[in-house]
Design a protein around this ligand. Structure first.
Ligand SMILES: C[S@@+](CC[C@H](N)C(=O)[O-])C[C@H]1O[C@@H](n2cnc3c(N)ncnc32)[C@H](O)[C@@H]1O
Length: 385
């Protein structure tokens, strides 16, 4: 379903899980197995000698090989296609000396990663093939991180505080988070710790005028609303109304009353806000190559041809939307990519053409070094009209 119909993995899970009465531990097991198979699909296909187009027919052999790889007892499946053990071990030895295959990396991505990151690519590639951790962002409009940890413990959800990310808790138990009272009360959102660091970089203060110009369903908007303690004006914009509708709902649940949404219908929407904002967050559409741990299906759908199209769109958004920042205000450019072409290269090109801005700082959030999803963020100050 994920690969043949192009359905994102998280939506495929919710489609399948709704209506099934599965215990949280069973759901967790399914997501672990399905996630791992998708993260290293080419490796498991190679080890089981199954071509990707044969997967629906040969899926039982692939699943058996997954169990062999993890040294687990084979599942009891009727009519399962077996893998010859000797051939499996022979293939295993050959796979071990092919690092990109071992890390579940498609060839096009390996070529791109090498070209863009050089020596740093190998560790990022390996980190992208690991299971993502689950992180929560405490909603400071409703409670503290300590309160949330305690409340969740009473609801049988174990968490621990994440060092260096003040708003984050890591979930360490297989719990159904969205059934908890804490979630229903809007005390937290599920959000990667790297994404929380990007939102924190906005550093919005109560009373400011802030624009989140590519807000989507508001992952970062809600975080910014909490920084503003509900005071001031927070305008969340996007080109897709359904995302803004979902944002509105989430904002209500989170008590984020200073959020206003606005669809970007044309360039006029942006022009009207010229030189008006203390902070503008541009969390631009990107390749998503920093979040492949979480969305591994994307690497089997994507092609390298998409990158230049995205780079051109990012460049346009930077040029045009930066006009909303007032003198002395800060522009925060962010991606969930680890590729310099979408990141520092964009900022360098922008600064070369715009002497109204100066770079304050930028940061690569490395998947390998942080254990979070991979992000990039740059903070620029407008120094003149
Ligand atoms: C990386 S996502 C944003 C994620 C969101 N900020 C969050 O934290 O959940 C990029 C968003 O940019 C939006 N987008 C695409 N083209 C755009 C454009 N020309 N102007 C503004 N937003 C755009 C997409 O609809 C998408 O929601």
């Amino acid at each position: 379903m994920v690969l043949s119909e192009g359905k994102p993995l998280d939506r495929a899970y919710s489609h399948h899980f709704s209506g099934l009465q599965l215990a949280p531990s069973e759901q967790a097991r399914i997501t672990v197995v399905a996630g791992d198979i998708l993260r290293k699909l080419n490796l498991y296909c190679y080890l089981s000698d199954v071509k990707s187009e044969e997967m629906s027919r040969m899926g039982t052999r692939l699943l058996n090989v997954w169990h062999m790889f993890h040294e687990l007892e084979l599942p009891k499946m009727q009519y399962a296609l077996q893998m010859d053990e000797r051939e499996y071990f022979d293939r295993l030895e050959k796979a071990k000396v092919q690092p990109a295959l071992w890390d579940g990396c498609p060839e096009w991505l390996d070529t791109m990663g090498q070209a863009q990151l050089g020596d740093a690519w190998a560790k990022e590639r390996a980190a992208l093939s690991t299971q993502p951790k689950r992180y929560l962002r405490v909603n400071l409009l409703k409670c503290t991180r300590e309160d949330l940890g305690k409340k969740l413990r009473n609801e049988q959800v174990q968490t621990k505080e994440v060092e260096g990310v003040d708003t984050a808790l890591e979930v360490t138990s297989d719990s159904a988070l969205f059934r908890t009272e804490s979630f229903k009360k809007g005390w937290f959102e599920q959000q990667d710790a790297g994404s929380q660091l990007v939102a924190a970089a906005v550093d919005a203060k109560p009373g400011m005028r802030v624009v989140d110009a590519c807000a989507g369903a508001g992952g970062k908007t809600l975080s910014i609303a909490a920084q503003m303690q509900g005071k001031g004006r927070l305008l969340a914009m996007d080109v897709e109304q359904w995302k803004l509708d979902s944002l509105k709902q989430r904002a209500r649940r989170a008590n984020a009353h200073n959020v206003e949404t606005r669809i970007i219908a044309s360039s006029k929407t942006i022009k009207r806000l010229k030189l008006s904002a203390d902070r503008v967050l541009l969390d631009v559409p990107c390749s998503g190559l920093g979040v492949l741990k979480r969305n591994p299906d994307a690497k089997w759908r994507d092609t390298p041809e998409r990158l230049p199209v995205l780079v051109a769109l990012q460049k346009h958004i930077l040029q045009s939307y930066s006009r909303m920042v007032k003198v002395g205000g800060i522009l925060i450019y962010a991606t969930c990519s680890i590729m310099p072409e979408e990141n520092r290269d964009q900022i360098d090109a922008f600064l070369a053409e715009n002497d109204h801005f100066k770079l304050i700082e930028d940061e690569n959030i490395s998947v390998a070094d942080s254990g979070f999803d991979g992000f990039y963020l740059a903070k620029l100050e407008r120094i003149s009209e």
